[in-house]
Design a protein around this ligand. Structure first.
Ligand SMILES: Cc1cc2nc3c(=O)[nH]c(=O)nc-3n(C[C@H](O)[C@H](O)[C@H](O)COP(=O)(O)O)c2cc1C
Length: 213
């Protein structure tokens, strides 16, 4: 087994100064997102989504960011899945991006609401037909029998054989996380990382503070 305790790396790719930050964290996020795309990072939109159940027990998994802007950060899933149910019961959530090649992390906290049905329909229909079928076939997060998915997929394929477009499943759609804080982290040598956290006050003004690494 490799010795994890001795595994360490010095972060030296860049630095972040207050004067270079936009006063709007969504614009700052957009700049960093474009940097991640330009750096050729594969799936820069892959993010960790943390939710918590009614008792405060957290759980986390990767989902794909499918849009962002002043209204928040959007992703799509099965509303009946573990994350879907946790978000419906407790809409507080957090997102984390790690763009390793740039030594950058972004942490976002906020509250989620479901996206409009129109947005869910239009995103659902933008997906390949195979993904639309699997959304219907998969009771995401439920325990299933060994061959359940093969059988279910065939059944759904034949049900929708002459149906176009495939309708949006009633249990599937988007959430949008409206942030109340966003932290930008740039790795630096000797662990003197730069951290700036934006916090929303009065529901519209962003303040920014520097945090110790
Ligand atoms: C790169 C990557 C992208 C993923 N994107 C999504 C996604 O956009 N939506 C989704 O529901 N699950 C996505 N998943 C699967 C989730 O990580 C997770 O396994 C699934 O949603 C069930 O989570 P839950 O049981 O906590 O609800 C993705 C997984 C990976 C590794």
């Amino acid at each position: 087994m490799s010795d994890l305790a001795d595994s360490r790396k010095s972060y030296e790719k860049g630095e972040m100064n207050r004067k270079d930050l936009s006063s709007d964290p969504i614009i700052q996020f957009e700049r960093w997102y474009q940097d991640a795309e330009r750096a050729g990072i594969e799936e820069p939109n892959a993010m960790t989504l943390a939710t918590a159940n009614r008792d405060g027990q957290p759980s986390a998994r990767i989902v794909l960011l499918k849009g962002f802007g002043p209204k928040g950060f959007a992703f799509y899933t099965n509303y009946a899945s573990r994350k879907g149910q946790e978000l419906i019961t407790n809409p507080q959530a957090a997102l984390v991006f790690w763009w390793k090649e740039l030594e950058r992390q972004v942490r976002i906290e906020g509250e989620v609401v479901k996206t409009s049905e129109d947005s869910s329909i239009s995103y659902f229909h933008s997906r390949p037909r195979g993904s639309q079928i699997s959304a219907w076939a998969s009771p995401q997060s439920q325990e299933i029998k060994e061959h359940y998915l093969d059988e279910k997929r065939k059944e759904v394929e034949s049900r929708f054989e002459s149906v176009d477009p495939i309708p949006l499943p009633h249990f599937w759609g988007g959430f949008i996380l409206k942030p109340f804080n966003i932290e930008f982290w740039q790795g630096k040598a000797n662990r003197y990382h730069d951290r700036y956290r934006f916090t929303l006050s009065d529901d519209k003004h962003w303040g920014v503070e520097r945090l110790a690494p």
